[in-house]
Design a protein around this ligand. Structure first.
Ligand SMILES: O=C(O)c1cccc(C(=O)CC[C@H]2O[C@@H](n3cnc4c(=O)[nH]cnc43)[C@H](O)[C@@H]2O)c1
Length: 252
């Protein structure tokens, strides 16, 4: 059955069009390898999509929540104006894992995407921006999608923090964990991607592969190649879940 026309081609299978936002090209290409087919480039003002088949657009959205949000919003707006909106946005890439719960090479899927440093320091400690009367600091991906993604990939489920500054000390790691006891990982884009998705009413998922422990800075100890390989393998297992995810689940 033909379900949707998209730029002259027909999507014949159910399931949403998916935008995958990574930080850097190496992560985008790790996701692309999961599909085993050539991507073609679709330039937009400010970002270039790498299109795989007729369902997936991959974008290296930039490092940090602000640029990731801007790039993701550009892609979402372009798709909406074309009349072929995305049904799902996935924030994907490598991350720091909180030991011992998220070991190197493991996968984490977020049931909560949290902006960990969006707020104010006070004499009594950190106040999230929500307690100042503004905005939001959490986004929650659809429960059924998180559950199915975890079952398919073996990813651990928990909070993924978004930070603008990579944690570099045991003290800061302990402070974050004390404030967010369910945190499994930290990265730098998920909340920005989720804010852009929320502005378009589009559900979001965050999948991370752990490249380093959160804690004292030791860049030489980052296992980036292993994490990128885990991301490729994980995305290969995630894709069928995304493709069979129905609108009924999305209403959750
Ligand atoms: O140098 C390379 O080859 C390379 C390949 C892929 C990715 C990178 C990055 O540096 C990605 C930066 C990206 O990674 C996330 N990340 C990873 N570990 C942490 C962490 O401990 N704390 C916060 N973020 C982390 C983050 O999302 C960055 O944008 C290099």
């Amino acid at each position: 059955m033909v379900l949707q026309a998209h730029e002259g081609r027909l999507i014949t299978a159910p399931g949403p069009r998916v935008l995958v936002a990574t930080a850097v090209p190496a992560e985008r290409d790790a996701v692309a390898r999961a599909f085993g087919t050539q991507a073609h480039e679709v330039p937009l003002p400010g970002v270039t999509l790498h299109r795989v088949g007729d369902r997936y657009d991959l974008v290296a959205a930039g490092v940090g929540p602000a640029l990731a949000a801007a790039s993701t919003a550009t892609a979402l707006t372009a798709a909406a104006l074309r009349g072929t909106p995305y049904g799902l946005v996935v924030s994907a890439g490598i991350a720091g894992g909180f030991p011992p719960d998220a070991p190197l090479g493991s996968l984490v899927v977020a049931d909560t995407v949290t902006a960990a440093d969006l707020g104010a320091e006070t004499p009594d400690g950190f106040l999230p921006v929500t307690e100042l009367g503004f905005g939001t600091v959490h986004h929650r991906p659809p429960e059924s999608l998180v559950r199915e993604a975890s079952a398919a990939t073996g990813a651990r489920v928990g909070t993924v923090l978004t930070v603008s500054t990579v944690t570099g000390s045991a003290e800061r790691a302990a402070e974050l964990r004390a404030r967010h006891p369910r945190a499994l990982a930290e990265a730098m884009e998920g909340f920005g991607v989720a804010e852009a998705a929320a502005a378009h009413g589009t559900p979001v998922l965050e999948l991370r592969a752990v490249s380093n422990p959160v804690g004292p800075r030791d860049r030489a100890a980052w296992r980036i190649a292993d994490a990128l390989a885990a991301l490729t393998e994980g995305f290969g297992k995630l894709a069928p879940v995304l493709e069979s995810w129905t609108s009924h689940d999305r209403a959750e």
